[in-house]
Write a new protein. Structure first.
Length: 619
């Protein structure tokens, strides 16, 4: 029963017993030792990461081997889960599923389009995941983003309005679950008003109980009581004293306010009893610093179960054979401690039955009710797309024409959402711009290349230069380029994006010298001041959160928010020379592109009217 209450990550595994911390061999096909662990311990599920995914056919084979092994061993089918929220949290490659612009963009489109994009994105994600063998998605995030400095939620939120967040979250959940994929809404009781990332620390929310009920808790309450409640609710590694100010002793011997993930008052009294949630309560990953720096693996699992969690996510890092032995021993100790209390055994049995009912009701075994070849035929493994299918189909559909495949539909939704959400924050009267010489200051080299492609697609006659801000450029050179240009565009990503999001176009040696956020802001303001002194028009593009536009208003003529800074890297994109760019590196227009930057350019040159509305107060 305890095994069913655990979902493990299989990101890396080294069969040669490379030490855990050094093991970086991605699991793209299941080693026998991991399969044996899953069946011997009756593990409830696994979570996939981008390292586990190469292409569609490989992913189907991986997931099929997992479910077929459990079926052969006579065990319950697995929850095969992923974090495919859309936006900046997307594990599948763009060649299988577009990331879309994300939840904040959906929020920006809502005043005009209502919940249509929440529905379309949720449905499309579900229809794509299910035939790949993924039956559970840890999405959407329904946190209320009310803290401008929030480093972890920000664009993952639908916005700052609890009622709108509830409506959009409900549409997303309903559409995805109708497509056959279970939803886990997150992060309960609400991670939006924090300035600490629970991956690296333990945030604290100091809202009153009244504020909690009308704010953070409202989307959870409304969606739980909707016609299609989520299968799961995921906890947050945060302290929320208004809901539980109990102190517990951590592994350092210090007293601290209990994290929500380990709080019985929050998980059982509030979520299970007050909000009447009948589904599965799952923890956020227990290897995150918000938990792991204060509690041992064993203690964290025991406390989470005692608090009322049905499933502990990523409770133990398994990277080699020694880890398998240590993990199995931990399960044994947890079982012994559980058996010492009649109340704990009663709770364990109730939780175990909830899990089995969820699996049976949602027919998780159906993936292996058809041969693997059926799924490989059903889901094309090439970039041209995936054939459309429904969860109750009994035979492969005809391969759809290229303009009606699921993949092409996803690209259409991606483009439509980007164009429906883009927002002019200020300077609308100064649009469109009709300038020949463009200078861009972009957050990195990949965005420089993507901006160039977008510009030449709309204005092939334009002259263009770009300075990546990965490492701050020479000030004299910058001033000289500003003097020579007709228009300067500043691309801003705040909070600053991670190294893995850079796109690989910067020289690796530069990453060690990468500029910090405050220095980039200071440099950008100085560049805007220089442009203003030379009477050069300035566009400030907030590519992530619109909050950063407030400080730019004094120096920029136009402010635009895209809510999305994603780039797409394609090695086999169509190659075509631009008439005015024949001598340039073809990598510029064949490898790296960005839907959000294409949309930005369209607005600037007058090919698109921006109708989005910021879902957060930015000034």
């Amino acid at each position: 029963m305890i095994g069913q209450k655990l979902i493990l990550d299989i990101r890396y595994f080294c069969e040669d017993n490379t030490p855990s911390k050094q093991c970086r061999k991605p699991v793209t096909a299941m080693p026998q030792s991991l399969l044996t662990l899953l069946s011997n311990q009756n593990i409830g599920g696994i979570i996939l990461f981008s390292e586990n995914i190469e292409n569609a056919s490989q992913l189907i084979s991986l997931n099929y081997s997992l479910q077929a092994h459990m079926q052969k061993a006579g065990q319950s089918p697995l929850f095969i889960a992923i974090d495919q929220e859309g936006g900046r949290v997307a594990r599948l490659p763009h060649s299988i599923l577009p990331a879309f612009a994300g939840n904040l963009a959906i929020g920006a489109s809502a005043h005009q389009h209502g919940n249509i994009f929440a529905k379309n994105v949720g449905e499309h994600i579900g229809k794509t995941l299910l035939p790949l063998g993924i039956n559970t998605n840890f999405a959407p995030s329904i946190d209320i983003n009310s803290e401008p400095k929030n480093p972890v939620i920000n664009v993952r939120s639908f916005g700052e309005n609890p009622v709108q967040t509830a409506e959009l979250g409900e549409a997303f959940v309903s559409a995805m679950q109708k497509a056959g994929v279970l939803s886990a809404v997150k992060h309960f009781p609400g991670h939006g008003d924090t300035h600490v990332d629970s991956h690296s620390g333990l945030p604290r929310v100091d809202h009153t109980l009244k504020e909690a009920q009308s704010g953070d808790l409202l989307p959870f309450a409304n969606i739980i009581n909707s016609a299609m409640p989520p299968a799961m609710v995921m906890t947050a590694h945060i302290q929320y004293p208004a809901l539980d100010d109990t102190t517990i002793r951590n592994k350092k011997g210090e007293l601290q306010v209990v994290p929500a993930t380990l709080s019985k008052r929050i998980l059982t009294d509030t979520l299970r009893n007050s909000l009447r949630f009948n589904g599965l309560i799952i923890t956020d990953a227990l290897d995150m610093a918000g938990i792991s720096q204060f509690f041992t693996e064993e203690d964290a699992v025991l406390r989470a179960f005692d608090a009322g969690a049905d499933i502990a996510l990523m409770p133990y890092t398994i990277r080699n054979g020694k880890d398998i032995e240590a993990f199995s021993a931990m399960i044994e100790r947890i079982a012994i401690q559980t058996m010492e209390s009649g109340e704990k055994v009663k709770d364990l049995k109730a939780s175990y039955q909830r899990i089995l009912r969820m699996k049976q009701h949602n027919q998780l075994a159906r993936f292996v009710s058809k041969p693997k070849s059926w799924w490989l035929q059903e889901v094309g493994a090439n970039r041209e797309g995936l054939s459309e299918m429904g969860p109750d189909s009994h035979k492969p559909t005809q391969v759809a024409k290229s303009n009606s495949t699921l993949f092409i539909k996803g690209k259409q939704i991606e483009k439509a959402l980007s164009e429906a959400s883009v927002t002019v924050l200020f300077g609308k009267d100064k649009l469109p711009v009709n300038k020949s010489k463009w200078l861009a200051l972009m957050p990195d080299a990949a965005r420089c290349l993507a901006f160039e492609k977008a510009l030449y697609d709309s204005r092939p006659d334009a002259e263009y230069a770009c300075l990546p801000l990965t490492v701050l450029p020479n000030k004299a050179l910058t001033k000289r380029l500003i003097a020579q240009t007709d228009l300067m565009v500043i691309g801003d990503i705040t909070p600053l994006h991670a190294n893995y999001e850079l796109g690989g176009a910067d020289q690796p040696s530069l990453l060690k010298q990468r500029a910090n956020e405050s220095d980039i802001k200071a440099f950008s303001i100085q560049a805007m001041q220089t442009a203003k002194s030379l009477s050069k028009p300035v566009v400030f593009a907030a590519l992530r959160m619109p909050y950063s536009a407030k400080a730019a208003m004094e120096f920029a003529d136009i402010g635009i928010a895209t809510y999305d800074y994603a780039i797409t890297i394609s090695e086999d994109a169509d190659r075509k020379d631009r008439p005015s760019n024949k001598e340039k590196n073809k990598e510029t227009d064949t490898r790296i592109s960005s839907q959000s930057l294409r949309t930005l350019i369209k607005v600037l040159v007058g090919k698109l009217e921006a109708k989005g509305q910021s879902p957060v107060t930015w000034k």
